[in-house]
Design a protein around this ligand. Structure first.
Ligand code: C2G
Length: 447
């Protein structure tokens, strides 16, 4: 019996896929079809897949050509499958010519003619609304946002707002946007959604005005500087049925998301301690060192580190205290201790003090170690007393990593989903609450 194997995502199954499966089946007597898992597609940069793995498997089954369906979940699995299932022929569409020649060592490789004029990408684009997004602010993160948005479908950055006309115009020209604006009212008319990347203290007002104007909002960190402001904005978004999402990029990246699910499934036992550190040195003059612009290490680095603590230990803190070193009127270093009923956590933050930026999650059975920079999570280790049980995990973290939060933002808009499990609204409020406590100097000691 001649066995053939072929692989694909098979999103929005179309005639091209069906022709390919038929041709592959005709090459032998038994056809195995490998369908990519959702996480594997995310890993290899396919962020826009519409059907989930179950729907895609069902669609392949319905063609009647597959004798067996397997799930493709990791790089290198093709070699394993070919050997495991004793495959004679590996078949794939001609768009991959040359790419899979390395499999010749294990079986015959056949590139089948691809059906011209149809693709999943084309179908996705045809059925898709493209949301027109405007950026508020023209700083470093805003500049990263535009190229990152280009790898996500359903979004086009069309406009920019900065009260400083020269800055706005320069940004518009650099990224070939449709327009630039100095005034909020004209800006908001041209867009369906906004990305708020302006100075910290302006976030609240811009978010409020955008929501009141009926626009969805993705807001950079620190989202806002008090729990009350966060609550008011989420209530307003709910009332208007609009998406409001804190752009906590680490919460959206594949590696960190998997870390949370692994820890929650008990692989290190009960979590007893979380230590998250983040330091990036800055030199004056800069907004990070300017108290009038809400500078300081807590407002700069609190949002991501506190997000990690809250995702791993929850929101039921019993006490929070801080120790800070002050310079230029801002905290250039802060250590925060956060107590929970049966766990503890600490965040170590610096903009004028350098330290190792890692994340350690300690449990009753083992611990997770994420080396610096843990917030761009592409690798971590799970370690035990018995080192033979240690395990290393690797993930992709593509580009500047903003694509993951952008994709979730668009997906929430498309599906009318007002809350994201990646960072719940109540979790975002809890982060704002801790930043507020710090700024009110509650339980802060200077060192
Ligand atoms: N295909 C085709 N004609 C089209 C579109 C796709 O023949 N118009 C073929 C592709 O060449 C591939 C199969 O259909 O053999 C599945 O295509 P996709 O779902 O786009 O999957 P792909 O990203 O090509 O994944 O590990 C996965 C494989 O690497 C292939």
């Amino acid at each position: 019996m001649k066995k053939v194997i072929t692989y694909g995502t098979y999103d929005l199954l179309h005639q091209g896929h069906i022709n390919l499966l038929r041709r592959a089946k005709e090459l032998g007597d038994y056809l195995i079809v490998g369908v990519t898992s959702d996480s594997f597609d995310r890993e290899r940069g396919k962020l826009n897949v519409r059907n989930n793995v179950l729907e895609r498997v069902e669609a392949v089954k319905a063609t009647g050509y597959a004798d067996q369906i397997v799930i493709e979940d990791y790089v290198g699995q093709k070699i394993d499958d070919i050997q495991k299932y004793d495959v004679d022929i590996f078949a794939i569409g001609s768009d991959w010519v040359g790419h899979f020649d390395y499999l010749n060592e294990y079986c015959k490789v056949v590139y089948l003619p691809r059906t011209e004029g149809i693709s999943s990408t084309m179908l996705r684009e045809r059925s898709e609304t493209v949301y027109r997004v405007g950026i508020i602010g023209t700083g470093r993160i805003a500049r990263r946002f535009v190229p990152e948005s280009k790898v996500v479908s359903g979004i086009e950055v069309v406009s920019v707002l900065n009260p400083d006309a020269r800055e706005a115009e320069k940004f518009q020209q650099d990224f070939a946007l449709e327009s630039w604006h100095q005034a909020f009212d004209s800006f908001i008319q041209c867009v369906d959604a906004v990305y708020v990347a302006s100075p910290h203290q302006t976030h609240y007002d811009y978010c409020r005005r955008a929501l009141e104007a009926g626009r969805h909002v993705l807001c950079e960190i620190p989202f806002v500087l008090s729990a009350e402001e966060a609550r008011k904005l989420y209530a307003l978004a709910e009332e208007k049925q609009l998406v409001l999402l804190e752009a906590s990029k680490t919460a959206h990246c594949p590696g960190f998301m998997h870390l949370v699910t692994l820890v929650k499934s008990g692989i290190i036992g009960d979590v007893v301690d979380v230590k998250a550190s983040l330091s990036k040195m800055v030199n004056p003059p800069t907004r990070e060192l300017d108290a009038t612009q809400a500078g300081g290490s807590v407002t700069e680095h609190g949002p991501l580190t506190l997000m990690a603590v809250i995702k791993l230990l929850g929101r039921q803190m019993t006490g929070v205290s801080f120790r800070s070193r002050m310079q230029y009127g801002v905290d250039v270093f802060t250590k925060g201790i956060i107590d929970f009923p049966s766990a503890t956590a600490s965040v170590t933050l610096g903009i004028g003090v350098k330290t190792e930026g890692n994340l350690v999650v300690s449990g009753t059975k083992g611990y997770v170690y994420v080396p610096a920079p843990w917030w761009l999570t592409d690798y971590f280790e799970v370690r035990y007393e018995d080192q033979t049980k240690n395990k290393k995990f690797f993930y992709s973290y593509d580009g500047d990593g903003l694509r993951y939060e952008i994709q979730e933002f668009i997906s929430m808009i498309v599906n009318g989903r007002l809350s994201s499990y990646r960072l719940r609204r109540r979790e975002s409020i809890a982060i704002a609450e801790m930043i507020e406590m710090y700024r009110k100097r509650e339980n802060v000691t200077e060192i």
